[in-house]
Ligand binder design. Structure first.
Ligand SMILES: [Zn+2]
Length: 98
């Protein structure tokens, strides 16, 4: 029970790691995975939505799984936000009421 070394390295970083590998200019696709059917696929920027809240906890991106149709929502860290906005993903800002 004393193995929890690395701070800031939560378990679910796979999406961020996948995004970090996608720095091509065009065409812009983002690798994503579905937690429901565990499918892995590439999504165009137009298939993704990014919602930016007042804090990182309310900042997330979402998409519809092309394999099972499930609505997937995942938290987006700063780097992911940069990649998504830089890739032309539609962005919603949720600041107003917090
Ligand atoms: Zn799925």
């Amino acid at each position: 029970m004393s193995e929890s070394g690395a701070p800031g390295a939560p378990g679910g970083m796979t999406a961020a790691v996948a995004f970090a590998g996608m720095r091509r200019v065009s065409p812009v696709v983002f690798k994503a995975g579905c937690p429901d059917c565990r499918g892995r696929f590439e999504l165009a920027a137009s298939a993704l939505r990014l919602a930016i809240g007042a804090t990182s906890r309310t900042t997330f991106y979402s998409f519809t799984c092309p394999e099972c149709g499930s609505a997937v929502r995942k938290p987006a860290g700063e780097r992911v936000v940069e990649l998504l906005t830089g890739g032309g993903v539609r962005t919603l800002r949720l600041h107003s009421t917090v």
